[in-house]
Write a protein that binds this ligand. Structure first.
Ligand code: KG4
Ligand code: ZN
Length: 374
């Protein structure tokens, strides 16, 4: 945050804000309570996440209908648990925030309706949060991170580089033209017979692998822009895997390591291009956010790329990289602190680009397995 927007914010909101956040845009039912102080410090008073991995295990991916039903069955209990763990009453809250998109719309509707119920029953303001903004702001849960900064958002449904200019103001510098990075991890894991989500399984396996064993492509290598492509990598992994009739434990580890290395290379090369653009806008920090940001190899590669460009890397603890409600509560608090809240008839949005202008200019960008979420 620059000095001007800091001052504007303090004038608008000089007291701490206590906010309940609700997240249900994919397969995690989550609720959290945070308190955001005017100087930007955040206390995380509770954080409850109910992961639905077991429900979807038999299908090898997230089934939207099953996810929506599971959210409907659990979310009220998760909210009650979050309030209890925070040792607060609803009267202690200043606002309630929920992810209103983008995401699997059945689940998003469940979370948004739950938040509306709390808002109506307790006379609280409602803040409809963009899930991508929640990821983009997530480093501010634990770090002092001033605007503008560069955000590399890498999750199961999205891969993009955006300049975070302020709360509510993002400029997209690039995005995937096919799969999301997390989706590439999940598909590779599935091919190798690993469980879902695939990212953590690949990372674990890669620890004992040789990242140079399989020569995998880096699609768009050397391109001057900030867009990504992962589909050629996916096809190359498939071919290399099929060439191993009976893969040994070492083959598996080497494949995981070679794939992970390729993704880390692709992401850090594009991040380097974006850092050069972001530097012109005054940014000196790159924040990596979203589920894939928990990957230690990726963090190391980005750290090296950042150092080369005179940037510093901020990567939230893994728990705040994967979907959680603390980041939603924080995005709600940051918006509310700037006078932004929403009417009770606000709708769930399956699509909701972070940078609406860029999305209008290039609507096809950002596809992914989770379809509507991308
Ligand atoms: O942000 P997130 O929890 O949900 C979405 O908004 O999509 O991201 C989930 C994605 C999955 O594709 C998962 O495989 C990936 O993040 N992921 C990882 C790791 N942990 C989660 N990918 C690579 N390495 C990890 N350690
Ligand atoms: Zn997410």
């Amino acid at each position: 945050m620059n000095a001007a927007s800091n001052a504007a914010q303090d004038a608008a909101q000089p007291y701490p804000l206590t906010v309940l956040g609700i997240e249900s845009s994919c397969d995690d039912s989550a609720a959290a309570v945070i308190r955001r102080h005017p100087d930007g410090r955040v206390d995380i008073l509770s954080d409850i996440v109910w992961r639905q991995n077991d429900e979807h295990a038999a299908y090898g991916g997230v089934v939207p209908e099953i996810a929506a039903r599971a959210h409907a069955e659990r979310l009220d209990g998760v909210v009650i648990d979050a309030m209890r763990a925070a040792e607060l009453d609803y009267d202690d809250l200043d606002a309630v925030a929920a992810t209103a998109g983008p995401g699997l719309v059945g689940g998003v509707m469940v979370g948004l309706m739950t938040a509306k119920g709390v808002a109506v029953a307790r006379g609280l303001p409602l803040v409809a949060v963009n899930h991508l903004e929640a990821h983009a702001l997530s480093p501010r849960l634990t770090e002092t991170l001033e605007f503008p900064y560069l955000a590399l958002l890498v999750s199961g449904g999205h891969t993009q580089l955006a300049l975070a200019e302020d709360v509510g103001r993002y400029r997209r510098l690039g995005a995937t033209i096919d799969d999301a990075a997390g989706e590439a991890f999940d598909k590779t894991a599935k091919l190798m017979g690993l469980g879902n989500p695939g990212g953590p399984a690949i990372e674990q396996l890669a620890r004992n692998g040789d990242p140079e064993r399989f020569k995998l492509p880096r699609p768009l290598h050397g391109a001057p822009h900030c867009d990504f492509s992962f589909s050629g990598l996916k096809t190359a992994v498939l071919r290399a895997w099929q060439d191993l009739p009976a893969p040994s434990a070492q083959d598996r580890a080497d494949m995981a390591a070679s794939f992970q290395e390729a993704v880390a290379d692709i992401l850090s090369e594009r991040a380097r291009n974006a850092m050069r653009q972001a530097a012109d806008a005054g940014a000196r920090v790159i924040a990596v956010v979203g589920g894939v940001a928990s990957n230690a190899r990726l963090r190391a590669a980005l750290n090296a790329a950042a150092a080369n460009e005179g940037f510093s890397l901020i990567a939230p603890p893994p728990k705040w990289c994967t979907d959680n409600a603390a980041m939603v509560a924080l995005a709600g608090a940051e918006r509310f602190a700037r006078g932004m809240s929403d009417a009770l008839d606000v709708a769930a949005r399956p699509r909701w680009p972070l940078d609406q202008d860029a999305a209008r200019a290039a609507p096809a960008s950002g596809g992914g397995r989770k379809g509507p979420k991308a």
